[in-house]
Design a protein around this ligand. Structure first.
Ligand code: PEP
Ligand code: MG
Length: 585
């Protein structure tokens, strides 16, 4: 890579991919909101009704396009926006205020909807803040229609859209024009715009703060959605470099796709079950087409986020069934709700240390009804016998035993209600709390599989908050205590024939893979896009050699030593066998 230059800006890598194209500065006009008094209330109400009708029409258009491009589930956010326009309480309040306060309809609409937004903004929670952005879109839409301003829904083809903030509606509409990328000043990874960009395979870098100030209309721009970088007015050298990367990416993708039907097997014949982590339901397609052996982790809390509310047994049953059928005959491991920590709880509680608080299995055991709803839905979806259940945040044997009792209770109910399900459904745990690792031997007698969650295991073992950038240098996956703990978990699991996998991000780190294979894991579960490259790495590993690597790493006493050992192994044995390009740079 050319040295970092002053025209390279860093943002959030929101959707992968690289493109080079001209910038299109998309500016939304800020409408002037007049707070003037009005004489004719009927006229104001008529204008409001027309604006609501027009806004509904616009959103219906976006909604049908979204169904086309994204599928029904993702498109539902627009249905939700249309429902807000029909919300009788909101509309009646606005109309009553126009009648009593005798102010312009634009003023009252703006004021009333802004109240909702401020409530959402005061919650110190990125998810709520981003939903407040969705509401902003509705507010601006109604105000624009009250002022009878045109809706800018068409843009030039093949540009990189640079804008302050991207609404989900913009993201869908622009996709008609074969957009090459998105760059924004604001927006987070969980914003709907980011999720939609990922679904549409459009590279996006968000949250640059001053992208619209730095980039001019028609400037040539490079968006690198892998690294979260934007290159403005690139030099010839930078252009050459990125053109080569795009070319390599294409070639590399072609090469990796040839691996699709080959096993994830080491040079000396040890076969690894290569699974994928599923965060959003649309990823099943990619998981299947990339040739994974199944789904090693379904983060159901993410699925629940798609609906913005707690889904019913029936809704969950439909989801799980669809995923299980799409992945069949391979397996899908459904992790029961892991809310709490940095994932929003459905109840209003304030905790000083949420990561050490009411999270995962603790929350579920205290909310038995909710837990049962999910278990019943999972059981009902298990008729094809390719579903397993996994418990998150397990710290004690009692939690597993209580969960088993509840699972039995659900089975008995379902039998009585004459539902069919897999009576032998397997139950496993995430090993992600040090106490579970220490008791791995005892847990192995209780469950049929372990999945090592290094994201949490590292944070709890090293006492380093996984989301705190101040201590991010201390969050070390190659810390000797981490390696020794993983080794211990695997050995204890093996003694009882428990299947041991790893689903934390460490499994997606290319240089860690030889070490993980050497430690004797049965399976790795990685992000869907990384399935091919992970398979390629495994196919270049000698199991015998990496066992020697493990011996050296287990003897090391600092993170630095382990890192040096794994890097040296990777550079010598793997890198040379792979194409010179790596997916994440
Ligand atoms: C983990 O902790 O490693 C894990 C996979 O779970 P999550 O990232 O959802 O906490
Ligand atoms: Mg975890």
């Amino acid at each position: 890579m050319p040295n970092k230059q002053s025209n390279v800006y860093k943002g959030l890598a929101a959707a992968p991919g690289i493109s080079i194209a001209q910038a299109y500065l998309f500016k939304k006009e800020i409408e002037f909101i007049s707070s003037a008094n009005i004489e004719d209330v009927d006229e104001a109400l008529r204008i409001l009704d027309e604006a609501l009708e027009k806004s509904k029409k616009e959103l219906n258009k976006v909604f049908s396009l979204a169904i086309d491009k994204l599928g029904e589930k993702r498109a539902a956010i627009f249905e939700a926006q249309i429902m807000i326009l029909d919300d009788p309480i909101l509309i009646d309040t606005i109309k009553n205020r126009i009648k009593t306060e005798k102010k312009t309809s634009e003023f009252i609409v703006n004021d009333e909807i802004s109240k909702y937004q401020s409530m959402m903004d005061t919650v110190n929670e990125p998810y709520m803040k981003e939903r407040s952005q969705d509401i902003e879109d509705i507010k601006l839409r109604i105000v624009r229609n009250i002022k009878k301003k045109k809706w800018q829904s068409h843009i030039t083809d093949e540009v990189i859209v640079v804008t302050d903030n991207l609404t989900p509606a913009d993201t869908v509409l622009f996709s008609r024009a074969n957009i090459k990328g998105y760059v924004t000043n604001f927006g987070g990874l969980t914003s709907h715009a980011a999720i939609i960009a990922r679904s549409l395979h459009i590279p996006a870098v968000l949250g640059l703060h001053d992208a619209t100030a730095k980039i001019n209309d028609s400037d040539l721009v490079i968006v690198d959605g892998y690294r979260g970088e934007v290159v403005i007015r690139p030099t010839e050298e930078q252009l050459d470099y990125y053109r080569k990367r795009i070319e390599n990416l294409t070639q590399y993708d072609e090469e990796l796709s040839k691996l699709k039907d080959l096993p994830a097997e080491t040079l000396d014949g040890r076969e690894i079950s290569l699974l994928a982590n599923l965060d959003i339901s649309e990823e099943v397609d990619l998981i299947v087409s990339n040739g994974a052996n199944g789904i090693g982790l379904i983060r159901t809390e993410q699925l629940f986020e798609e609906l913005d509310q707690f889904p019913t047994e029936e809704e969950q049953f439909e989801w799980y069934t669809r995923i299980a059928e799409e992945i069949y005959p391979d397996i899908a491991i459904i992790r029961v709700l892991d809310i709490g920590g940095d994932k929003i709880l459905p109840v209003d509680v304030q905790e000083a240390n949420p990561f050490l608080g009411w999270r995962g299995i603790r929350f579920l055991l205290d909310n038995k009804q909710l837990f049962k709803t999910q278990l019943r839905a999972i059981l009902r979806a298990s008729v094809h016998k390719n579903i397993k259940v996994m418990l998150p945040m397990v710290a004690s044997i009692t939690e597993v035993r209580q969960s088993k009792e509840i699972l039995e209770e659900c089975k008995n109910e379902l039998k009585y209600e004459k539902y069919s399900f897999d009576n032998n459904i397997e139950l496993g745990i995430m090993v992600e709390i040090p106490s579970a690792a220490v008791l791995a031997h005892e847990f192995a007698k209780e469950v049929s599989f372990f999945s090592i969650g290094t994201n949490d295991l590292i944070q709890y073992l090293l006492a380093v908050d996984r989301g705190n950038e101040i201590v991010s240098n201390l969050y070390q996956e190659f810390h000797p205590s981490v390696i020794r703990t993983i080794d211990f978990i695997i050995k204890e699991g093996k003694r009882h024939n428990v299947f041991v996998s790893i689903c934390g991000e460490m499994a997606s780190d290319q240089i860690a893979i030889p070490l993980l294979i050497g430690l004797g894991l049965d399976s790795l579960s990685v992000s869907p896009a990384l399935i091919p490259v992970t398979k390629q790495i495994i196919r270049n590993i000698s199991y015998e050699e990496v066992q020697k690597l493990v011996e050296k790493c287990l003897a090391a006493v600092t993170e630095h030593e382990v890192k040096n050992l794994v890097t040296a192994y990777f550079d010598k044995n793997i890198k040379t066998h792979l194409k010179s390009f790596f997916v994440n740079g």
